[in-house]
Design a binder for this molecule. Structure first.
Ligand SMILES: [Zn+2]
Length: 283
């Protein structure tokens, strides 16, 4: 069943597990994550970035939600940059949107987020926002900590915007890290959880390390965004498969079979993370 993120995240927060939120945009990977959640009995949040075709992703997700009716799922716009983009996602059928004005000044982030919340709530759509700044993993610098989410600011932000959940900057970033993964500030997560009444979201889950991620969930993270690890597991499997040079009786390998190898590896990695976040057997 397709729903907004509120009930899913509330339950995850109360019971102390994390919901995996894969960044997907094509039918095969979408079905792979629905299958994985169906097999492991996990809730699912699909994240879709704004460069994708909203109508196509929404229609594919609605179709799969009917095919796997026992998987509680939400379709969330990931890092929507403007009010208009969020409205377009909602019109296409998204059940949740993220408005990301984290690069703007605090007051501007509050202003735009509050506008999106007002519009989205009018039609039963949940809203995620971001406070603090994550950036890209390959560009992390020494002053990374300065951009971490501050609990007092976060409280003011949630009160002023009425947002449903908050993506926090606590050490992770998007993409793969150069060298070792950075330390996730677990104390800060605990403090944010104590301070705020809304569920917490961790972006940049990939390559942060299973133990750190499991501890981040224990400390209070309810949704973990994943993209790079899933995607690279799939593409690595395709590379290996092609290097083996196998062909069918036709003398070549149909594209769907090549892609199928990638999707299997993608699904396997996704199921691994369901285990790390403790979301199996929750539905
Ligand atoms: Zn993100």
């Amino acid at each position: 069943m397709l729903e907004n993120m509120n009930r899913l995240l509330k339950e995850a927060t109360e019971k102390g597990y994390g919901i995996p939120a894969p960044g997907v945009n094509d039918f095969q990977t979408l079905e792979a994550v629905f299958q994985a959640c169906s097999e492991l009995k996990s809730p699912l949040i699909i994240d879709c970035v704004q460069r994708n075709d909203f109508e196509a992703v929404a229609d594919m997700t609605k179709f799969l939600a009917k095919r796997y009716p026992h998987v509680p799922a939400a379709l969330n716009l990931d890092h929507g940059s403007t009010f208009d983009v969020c409205a377009q996602a909602i019109q296409a059928g998204f059940t949740s949107v993220m408005i990301d004005c984290s690069k703007e000044a605090f007051e501007e982030n509050v202003r735009v987020t509050a506008e999106v919340v007002k519009m989205a709530h009018a039609v039963g759509v949940s809203v995620e926002a971001e406070l603090g700044y994550l950036g890209t993993a390959s560009q992390i610098s020494e002053d990374h900590r300065n951009s971490f989410t501050k609990p007092d600011e976060a409280l003011e932000f949630v009160e002023k915007t009425n947002v449903d959940c908050l993506a926090v900057a606590v050490g992770t970033a998007h993409g793969f890290y150069k060298g070792d993964a950075p330390r996730i500030d677990l104390e800060l997560i605990s403090e944010l959880k104590k301070t705020l009444s809304v569920p917490l979201v961790l972006h940049g889950g990939s390559s942060a390390g299973d133990e750190q991620l499991a501890n981040a969930v224990k400390a209070g993270i309810a949704k973990i965004n994943l993209f790079s690890d899933l995607s690279s597991a799939g593409t690595d499997a395709v590379k290996d498969f092609l290097n083996q040079g196998k062909t069918t009786i036709l003398g070549f390998m149909p594209l769907s079979m090549v892609y199928g190898v990638g999707v299997e590896a993608y699904k396997k990695m996704f199921m691994h993370y369901i285990g790390v976040f403790g979301s199996a057997n929750r539905v």
